[in-house]
Design a protein around this ligand. Structure first.
Ligand code: FES
Length: 261
């Protein structure tokens, strides 16, 4: 064992695993499933951005909301507005993709999962990694992951807009299956957003005396409970947003057409 004195420099390097792995369990299963899950999300997202069937009254597909381009159908525009002029000819979903996308990309949980499953750095505990050196997130480009808290602010707005979309569908009669799908999705997206580690830090992370800030303490307690479920909420909200988006598009294309769809 290496002994360090208080004045000795701390050696920042990975533990050296001399053999490929010391593990005898199926350690590769979780990284593999994570790789497949995240890849399906990426592939679906690319398709959804270029697909034009994102609105059928009263539903708007979550990947295209808020719809801010002039090309958005009248009922799909957020508050009836289209702040981007006629010059914008690309898919409307591209305008807002960076905000929820950046939020997930820089999420602490997703970072762990794609560092392991895509970069194999390392793929699992006590498993050798293919990379020769490790610099963590102290240098460019990974130091940019620190912008996560700013994506969190944007994600709060996006979550509120998805909740607004669900309420618009709720007040539309008759209520269809799509309404409940949008409601469940809005709940999961907002629960995932509020369970964010940055949110927990913002609510009361720097307080020394909870007793002097009872409201922030209550908010922190609530967020901490959600935070303990951050990983399952990350997956549940990812599949719910894909499912809700696909459902709306299938209704818009006429592929799903049963009464009260
Ligand atoms: Fe995962 Fe903020 S840490 S969303």
């Amino acid at each position: 064992m290496t002994q360090t004195t208080p004045d000795a420099p701390v050696r920042r390097q990975r533990a050296q695993v001399k053999v490929r792995t010391l593990r005898t369990d199926r350690w590769w299963l979780v990284p593999l499933l994570t790789f497949l899950g995240l890849s399906s999300f990426l592939v679906y997202g690319v398709w959804a951005i270029i697909d034009n069937s994102y609105f059928v009254d009263p539903y708007i597909a979550p990947f295209a909301s808020p719809c801010l381009a002039t090309s958005c159908p009248e009922g799909a525009r957020l508050f009836g507005l289209a702040p981007f002029g006629d010059w914008y000819a690309l898919p409307p979903g591209l305008l807002i993709l960076g905000l929820p996308g950046g939020f997930r990309l820089t999420c602490y949980y997703y970072r762990k999962s794609y560092y392991r499953s895509f970069w194999l750095s390392p793929p699992a505990c006590a498993v050798q990694e293919p990379h020769g050196k490790y610099t963590g997130e102290r240098r460019f480009p990974l130091i940019l992951q620190n912008v996560h808290r700013y994506f969190f602010y944007a994600a709060i707005v996006i979550g509120l807009i998805l909740a607004y979309d669900a309420v618009l569908a709720l007040v539309h009669k008759p209520i269809g299956l799509g309404t409940w799908i949008l409601v469940v999705n809005a709940v999961l997206i907002n629960a995932y957003t509020l369970s964010c580690h940055s949110c927990r830090h913002i609510t009361a992370g720097r307080l020394n005396h909870f007793s002097r800030h009872p409201l922030r303490y209550r908010a922190w307690t609530f967020v901490s409970k959600l935070n303990a479920k951050h990983q399952p909420l990350a997956w549940a909200s990812m599949f719910s947003v894909m499912g809700a988006d696909l459902y709306v598009r299938l209704v818009a294309k006429g592929i799903i057409a049963f009464p009260y769809a």
